[in-house]
Design a protein around this ligand. Structure first.
Ligand code: P6P
Length: 288
């Protein structure tokens, strides 16, 4: 039992609001320039990636209840407070490769009370840096805040209906397996609209804001384990989608929140969406 959870999360959420504003500034200055370095997943590192990561590490390590910070941009976790309790997995700037195209990008946080598994996720959050800054905080509900006149103002809770009409299909299409191609096509044949920017945060945010749909990043011939990282990306969004009334599974139809990463940077095929769409994915993959 954790009697301090609400108070602890309130402090962490306030800090996330603060770093969101700093990171927006970093993006604003960015001209898409890269370092010569790569991160643990082999992605080239934008200076904005590294700057955003340093901001988060500097600010969140000030919170005494946070024991460790595990970043997509670093090989290992950083222990910040030995007497702390929570382990925060985060992607400081997801989709940074599209910053140079001035498309929306985001930051993702998973707050784990114990080791990095879905069952230990006590809260998740993400920030969308777009025409405005939007923040979603998820603990007992999925709550949307918009940055207006210098503060984050609560707008509403986000809920996923039984089904939607957005289809957001990731992965290299020439490497999709036959059954995956067929189920993606089946949504389009039902009138779904293609909405895919290459930024996981705005793509998943759009489905939540519109109330339903399906996002997929499958295992493909070139990436059998998919591309999206469990700890920093898939588990936090799986937590958010389930809390909003939808679902999140892997290619074996296992609940994403039941997956147990073996390594910090493990990836998984993932499907996140409304209940109807998740069931269609399960049926299609069961036949394969
Ligand atoms: P692709 C961005 O690099 C990212 O990690 C996610 O934000 C996004 O969903 C995915 O990769 C896009 O990958 O292969 O479609 O470019």
């Amino acid at each position: 039992m954790n009697d301090n959870l609400e108070k602890d999360l309130a402090e962490i959420f306030e800090k996330i609001k603060e770093v969101a504003i700093y990171i927006q500034g970093v993006i604003g200055e960015s001209e898409g320039e890269y370092f010569e370095t790569q991160n643990s997943t082999g992605d080239m590192q934008l200076k904005a990636d590294v700057k955003a990561d340093l901001i988060i590490e500097k600010e969140l390590s000030k919170i005494a209840t946070i024991k460790s910070l595990c970043s997509e941009e670093k090989d290992e976790c950083v222990i910040c407070n030995l007497d702390g309790r929570y382990h925060v997995g985060y992607d400081p700037l997801d989709g940074s490769s599209i910053v140079e195209a001035n498309l929306s990008v985001g930051t993702i946080f998973g707050i784990y009370d114990g080791e990095f598994t879905g069952e230990n996720l006590v809260a998740s959050a993400y920030v969308v840096y777009g025409p405005g800054i939007e923040l979603v905080l998820a603990h007992k509900s999925v709550d949307l805040y918009t940055f207006q006149y210098g503060v984050f103002e609560y707008k509403k809770s986000l809920i996923l209906k039984e089904r939607g009409n957005i289809n957001s299909p990731g992965g290299t299409q020439q490497h999709w397996e036959k059954h995956h191609k067929e189920v993606i096509e089946s949504f389009f044949n039902e009138g779904y609209r293609l909405r895919y920017s290459g930024g996981m945060v705005p793509d998943l945010h759009q489905i939540l804001i519109k109330g339903g749909g399906i996002f997929s990043y499958p295992g493909t011939a070139d990436r059998p384990k998919g591309k999206l990282r469990m700890i920093f990306e898939v588990l936090p969004f799986a937590h958010i989608y389930e809390l909003a009334g939808g679902g999140a599974i892997d290619a074996k139809s296992t609940r994403a929140l039941e997956l147990k990463p073996e390594h910090y940077h493990d990836t998984t095929p993932c499907f996140l969406g409304s209940k109807y769409e998740i069931e269609k994915i399960k049926e299609a993959y069961a036949k394969s």
